[in-house]
Design a protein around this ligand. Sequence first.
Ligand code: SF4
Ligand code: F3S
Length: 107
Amino acid sequence: MTFVVGENCIKCKHTDCVEVCPVDCFYEGPNFLVIHPDECIDCALCEPECPVDAIFSEDELPADQEVFLELNAELADVWPNITEMKDAPADAEEWAGVENKLQHLER
Ligand code: SF4
Ligand code: F3S
């Protein structure tokens, strides 16, 4: 099992999640974060920290976001680790809850 960062993180990237992870298993791309599935210990600490509810337990991932399970695994292998919170993008509030953001994912 692992926790998964889902669609609502794209272009929001608040990074509150990284501050609480005891095993530092978040990885950062240009406008999205992912969790390394082999490093996550399923502690659930990050889930309530996300202001836009972008983090799910693998077994509670909405059906229309299943592609994010694979995306987290793939991108965690190539993106750099992030362990400290940073400022969200200036327009993060405008993107909160916007649907179909996968098209905006930058790699
Ligand atoms: Fe880190 Fe725990 Fe969240 Fe997994 S569930 S990403 S170990 S804080
Ligand atoms: Fe993304 Fe939420 Fe973390 S927006 S960076 S999953 S706090």
